[in-house]
Every structure is written in C-alpha cells, then in structure tokens.
Design a protein around this ligand. Structure first.
Ligand code: 2HA
Ligand code: ZN
Length: 275
C-alpha cells in the first residue's frame, strides 16, 4: 500500500490525464484540487511528512481550517501526471486558521501547489458551505471552444447560460443553476479568486474570459463530466456560428420549462428571457 495505490489518488491522476487527452492542458495549463475525506487522510497518514514549513496561501479560508487537499503543482504539466505523479502533484494541509499551507507528500523534486491555489481554496470554501460539504473537486481547464466564445458573446451570465443550454438538450439538466462569467482579470491572485468564488455561491461553472473555465463538483466523474458537457456545448455553438450567424430553429423557453418539469430540475426564469 502506498499513497499512489489509493482510490482517490488514482481517480485524481486519471482525471488529469483525461483532461490532457481532451486538449485542455497545453504546457502547464490548468489545475485540479480535491478536498480529501477524513477516512482517506487516515489511509495515507503514515506516508505524510509533517516537517515542511508553513507558507502563506495569499488569502484566508477559515472555513477550510485544518483540511487536507490533493492538488496539482505550479508549472507542472497535466501530460506528465500519469507517468510521474510524485513529481507533479502534492498533498497539502491547511493550518487551523486557514491562512497557511504545508506540503505533506509529493512534489518530490521541489515546487509548490498550483498558482491558482487562492481560487481553488476560495471556491472550495464557498462550495463546502453551500453544498453542506458535498462538493470536493475544483477543476480549472483551458477549454478551447469556451475560450473562443468569450471573444464573440457578451460576457454576461445570462447569455452564456442560455446559449450553451440551447446547444444540447441535456445541458440544462447537467448545469441547471447556470454559468457565471468573469471578465478578463490577472490570473493567479486573490482578486480573481474573490470574483470567481462569488459566482460559485450560485453556479457550479465559472468562465474566465479569454482564459478558461472553473468547475466544481462532488467527485471526479461529475466534475470532469460537467467540464466536458459545457465545453462540448461550446463546440456545437462555435460550429453553428461558423455555419451561419443565426439559428433557423432552436429550443424555446417553453421547451426548457417542459424539460425542467419532466426532469425535475429548477431552471431560473432569468435565463428563459425572450430574445
Ligand atoms: O498555468 O492555468 O491559470 C496554470 C494556469 C493558470
Ligand atoms: Zn489557467
């Protein structure tokens, strides 16, 4: 038994590789984090090293005090995670104030957790709160078609949500609360983390204009599936807009209401506006 043999670490590695194979992780693009369950911490505890120094997170996440996370490393390539996970990913622990972290395992050749750690942790803090602890995965990817759309659609939650819902019938069932959009901001810091985590109170998906996407979910399957569904919908929209600028026919607001009834989801009326 080792850290790498555990189911949660295997699931994390597989998700990194799945994202790489989708083409969402050029060079060191994208990052992934998982809030580890207590029983999973117990499984790996004997392999953790508690002698590394505490480092500032650059934001405060008191709601995550003393929690453990599995995260990708800053500057590491998703492409390499599957062949050398111990070099590419790490387990960190937060202090009892949620202001500092220390590395307990991984990044054996040095390095630090993802440059987007403030965004990941602030999103985790919000999602842990609003889902009663159910959400555990935060995923950032450079999804090509969603990025392309941020150059041509207005950067408004209601436009991205509605247009992406219209591109595939299952979309409103997969992301019924909709999608938030952050205008262009400098990545890597607290400011973009504050903006993103504010959207995560309402949505499971946040788009960073001209950069990529953040998704939140309960487990690796749901979170990868969410990213995949939104990006596939964006691909259909890009293809559609490439054929002609308007739609000859589409899914109507009433169609969405009928779907919501049968599939037992709540679709906020603010997205079902007349165009
Ligand atoms: O390079 O994706 O947003 C990692 C990133 C930064
Ligand atoms: Zn990025």
């Amino acid at each position: 038994m080792s850290v790498l043999d555990t189911k949660f670490v295997q699931g994390f590695i597989r998700m990194c590789n799945d994202g790489w194979e989708q083409g969402w992780h050029e060079r060191n693009g994208g990052n992934l984090s998982y809030r580890i369950k207590d029983e999973e911490v117990a499984e790996v505890k004997e392999f953790l090293h508690y002698d590394n120094e505490w480092k500032p997170i650059a934001t405060k996440v008191p709601g995550l005090a003393s929690e453990y996370f599995l995260v990708t490393g800053s500057g590491k390539y998703f492409r390499n995670v599957i062949i050398d996970p111990e070099d590419s990913i790490c387990i960190i622990e937060l202090d009892e104030k949620g202001e500092n972290y220390r590395i307990l395992w991984g990044l054996v050749n040095g390095g630090r957790p993802t440059s987007e750690l403030p965004s990941h942790l602030m999103n985790h803090e919000v999602k842990k709160g609003v889902t009663n602890g159910a959400h555990r995965v935060i995923y950032h990817a450079h999804t090509t078609n969603v990025i392309a759309l941020t150059f041509v659609l207005p950067l408004e939650d209601k436009v991205f949500t509605r247009e992406l819902w219209e591109m595939a019938t299952e979309c409103p069932v997969v992301f019924p609360s909709g999608i938030g959009v952050v205008g262009w901001m400098v990545p890597g810091g607290r400011e973009i983390a504050v903006a993103t985590s504010a959207l995560m109170k309402e949505y499971d998906v946040a788009i960073w204009a001209h950069h990529g996407m953040f998704c939140s979910g309960e487990d690796f399957d749901l979170t990868f599936g969410l990213m995949h569904t939104v990006e596939k919908s964006a691909e259909i929209l890009v293809k559609m807009l490439s054929m002609r600028p308007d739609k000859r026919q589409t899914i109507s607001p009433q169609n969405f209401r009928d779907l919501a009834k049968d599939f037992k989801v709540t679709l906020p009326e603010k997205f079902l506006y007349d165009k």
